[in-house]
Design a protein around this ligand. Structure first.
Ligand code: GLY
Ligand code: MN
Length: 484
């Protein structure tokens, strides 16, 4: 019995079926050709992901292919790799042939040759030939371009094949390859946009179901279950760990054991992944009661205004940092009208006082990853030598600040949060007392948080919100809550 067989589980059957969902072979051939042209010379190593054991080796997490490997091959199978020769433009594919055991236990019936042929590659080799292929190239003085690893198994492979200490693999990875991939993947094609719309539409069904079904006495986890069920029924499941919480002031709150109490707000940051691995990232916030309280409505309207105004202003040629700062000004202005902030709005935002209420960035690129290409390094994705990351608390967390281009897909996700520990710290430090009215904030201490997030594509003269509209006005949200 081969080692590979021992790790195979029922899960692999699902992977096999998913591999039917690919774009046409020509798309992957063209993507690889463009990449090889941009990189120019040397060998480009693209490593697929392996299976990862959850509590023992054969009881695995649900498999997710590496997004770069997926983008350039469309293949969802674990334990495969490709080497693209940027000098000769020949591509080599590495993996395992399948035995009768694999067929019996996993449903695999495709040979390695047939698998590679699906993506237009005709040179196949056993997986363990990667080492000799790379070593031969190194001996010839050729450059090996590889990407920063994020899975330990792939770190071990790179360490073994290339000899670099594991701690230096990111530093030794190829900026030329990273930059070429970032530029190529950042601009989405029509077929990618269709996948992303499918992911948003599944997310829309989830958010509508949550707004219709949430009620006092339920556990957050029951809503997570509804979301996961819908996402699995029409795609790859959820694109990231869902945030479904009555404690929305904790930005990435993954705890789901609270019981919903009348008067609270539910923040649901839940996005589905399409069959081909494209993400949606959608947030809605709604009252556990049928209606928002006046205080909740007032804060909600400010966040909604920021979301809608930014969507109205996005267009090619503006930087996303400018959009982030515009959202910060809308939030500061709104909070000023409620007496929570004071003084000159522009100066407050310039100095970073608004970050008490929105300590995160306006949004990020989205695509095959929810934070698209974050594995390649956030500064490569979101910044340039001219547009450098701010050091200021709040704006420093903006993941993407570059000039917008047609075909960029982004999240727009302003929010207002009341984070008691942060409020106490700033108040104790007497931070921004000319811009922040700490006395007034005490009325909002247990308010939690509101975020409203949509996904957009930059068009020739503006932007388009992806998918069918997901209710977000107070009236539309309350109408859905009315059916409980
Ligand atoms: N949806 C979570 C995030 O954008 O970080
Ligand atoms: Mn997001």
């Amino acid at each position: 019995m081969r080692v590979y067989f021992k790790f195979a589980t029922f899960q692999t059957i699902i992977n096999y079926h998913i591999s039917h969902f690919m774009f046409s072979k020509e798309i992957y051939l063209q993507r690889r050709k463009t990449l090889m042209e941009k990189v120019g010379n040397g060998l480009i190593l693209l490593l697929g992901n392996g299976e990862v054991g959850r509590n023992y080796k054969a009881n695995e997490y649900r498999f997710r292919q590496d997004s770069n490997f997926l983008y350039y091959t469309g293949l969802e199978n674990p334990h495969v790799a490709a080497i693209l020769d940027a000098d000769s433009h020949v591509t080599h594919f590495f993996g395992h042939d399948f035995s009768m055991d694999d067929v019996i236990w996993t449903g695999y019936e495709t040979s390695l040759k047939a698998l590679a042929a699906k993506t237009g590659i005709h040179n196949t080799y056993p997986f363990d030939h990667i080492a000799s292929t790379l070593q031969q190239a190194i001996a010839q003085g050729r450059k090996i371009h590889f990407l920063p690893p994020y899975r330990h198994e792939n770190s071990l492979y790179l360490h073994t094949w290339l000899g670099f200490p594991i701690a230096y693999l990111t530093e030794k990875s190829s900026p030329t390859l990273i930059q070429a991939i970032v530029n190529q993947r950042a601009v989405k094609s029509d077929e990618e946009l269709r996948e992303m719309e499918a992911a948003v539409n599944t997310s829309r069904a989830i958010h509508i179901a949550l707004m219709q079904r949430a009620k006092a006495g339920m556990k957050e986890a029951e809503l997570v279950g509804i979301a996961e069920g819908i996402a699995r029924a029409t795609g790859n499941g959820l694109a990231y760990f869902p945030i479904v919480t009555v404690q929305g002031q904790t930005l990435h709150n993954h705890y789901d054991q609270n019981t919903l109490v009348a008067g609270q707000m539910m923040l649901a940051d839940v996005g589905a992944e399409s069959y081909q691995g494209y993400a949606a990232d959608i947030t809605r916030t709604f009252p556990v009661n049928q209606q928002f309280t006046t205080q909740q409505k007032e804060i909600y309207q400010i966040v909604l205004k920021a979301n809608e105004q930014i969507i109205a202003h996005i267009r090619p040629g503006v930087t996303y940092r400018a959009m982030h700062l515009m959202a910060a000004r809308i939030i500061a202005e709104g909070l000023k009208a409620l007496g929570l902030m004071q003084g000159d709005t522009d100066a407050a935002v310039e100095e970073g006082a608004h970050a008490l209420f929105m300590p995160h960035g306006l949004g990020h690129l989205i695509g095959l990853d929810v934070h698209d290409m974050e594995d390649l390094g956030e500064d490569y994705v979101g910044y340039t030598s001219d547009i450098v990351r701010s050091k200021q608390f709040g704006t420093a967390y903006l993941r993407f600040a570059k000039i917008l281009q047609m075909g960029h897909t982004l999240t727009v996700e302003p929010g207002i949060y009341f984070i008691p520990a942060l409020i106490d710290k700033w108040q104790k430090e007497r931070k921004f007392t000319s811009f922040i009215n700490y006395d007034k904030i005490s009325d909002y201490r247990n308010f939690t948080g509101i975020r409203i997030e949509d996904n957009i594509v930059v068009t020739s003269d503006g932007c388009r919100v992806l998918g069918h509209p997901i209710p977000k006005s107070i009236e539309a949200v309350e109408a859905l809550r009315g059916v409980i």
